[in-house]
Design a protein around this ligand. Structure first.
Ligand code: NDP
Length: 253
């Protein structure tokens, strides 16, 4: 995406990023802070999150804070308590990037272990939904909130052996579409980002034989992440965007 954001694009914005400890989420958190946002970091590993927070705070722009939450074990009540804690520090949320996700096993459907299926659904769908419910009141306090889910090309067209992950990403697309319709006439837009093959830990575990140098890095795909959090996308809702339009799904060639 060719997008030239203004350097103050996210000034005065408060943005929460899940899975901010690594990969795309870490890069998004750092990028949002560079463009002026106060970033609220979430993830399951408090120590890794604190490193990212320190890195952001060393930019000397705005302070970030880390709020650990394990999406595999969090209950709806934990998500509610999480929102209560955030509300103690922040008056509203102008953006939420649901980025945390897990892959599960790449095996035929008939071989998926029930525990793996449930783990993928809990992290990618169920707790992401409970967290969304808990955070909606804070998002609706923004005059122009942006709620972003993270999808995948296998959330649009199924692929053999990607059963649990693909099913979870189809559910993510559905959740986005329903919410976008429900808030269409309100001050909240809801969209999906499909990052496309990106050089991260998850990608390396999905395609262990791929040449990672042929992949875009998290930094390369940030223009879309910025566009959807800033005012330039204010009228966009219910859309599933590609961070790498035209990229053919599957292993890098
Ligand atoms: P990574 O595995 O590099 O990072 C995933 C992030 O999610 C990490 O911060 C991780 O935390 C966090 N996370 C994992 N499990 C939990 C949990 N139980 N509770 C809270 N946080 C958790 O993945 P990517 O950066 O590659 O992926 C980011 C998103 O992009 C995912 O939703 C993925 O499905 C999607 N995506 C990625 C593509 C790619 O090519 N990379 C392509 C298409 C979609 P920790 O640091 O503790 O591991």
């Amino acid at each position: 995406m060719h997008y030239q954001p203004k350097s103050d694009l996210l000034d005065h914005r408060i943005i929460l990023v899940t899975g901010a400890s690594d990969g795309i989420g870490r890069e998004a958190a750092l990028t949002y802070a560079r463009y002026g946002a106060q970033v609220v970091l979430s993830g399951r590993n408090a120590e890794k999150l604190q490193h990212v927070s320190n890195e952001i705070n060393s930019l000397g722009k705005v302070e970030s804070r880390a709020f650990p939450l394990d999406l595999d074990s969090a209950t709806p009540d934990d998500c509610h308590q999480f929102a209560v804690r955030i509300a103690e520090y922040y008056p509203r949320l102008d953006g939420v990037l649901h980025n945390a996700g897990v892959l599960g096993d790449i095996v035929p459907m008939e071989q998926i272990e029930p525990d793996v299926w449930q783990h993928v659904m809990r992290v990618n769908v169920n707790t992401t939904f409970f967290l969304t419910q808990a955070l909606l009141p804070l998002l609706l306090k923004s005059e122009a909130g942006s709620l972003i889910f993270t999808s995948s090309s296998v959330g649009r067209t199924g692929r053999a052996e990607w059963g649990a992950y693909a099913t979870s990403k189809f559910a993510t697309e559905g959740m986005m579409q329903v919410l976008a319709e429900e808030y269409r006439s309100r001050n909240l837009r809801v969209n999906c980002i499909n990052p496309g093959g990106t050089r991260t830990k998850m990608r390396a575990s999905a395609f262990p034989n791929e040449d990672a140098n042929k992949l875009k890095t998290p930094t390369d795909i940030m223009p879309l992440y910025l566009y959807l959090m800033g005012d330039d996308s204010r009228r966009k809702t219910g859309i599933s965007f590609d961070a790498q339009p035209g990229r053919k799904p599957g292993a890098a060639e």
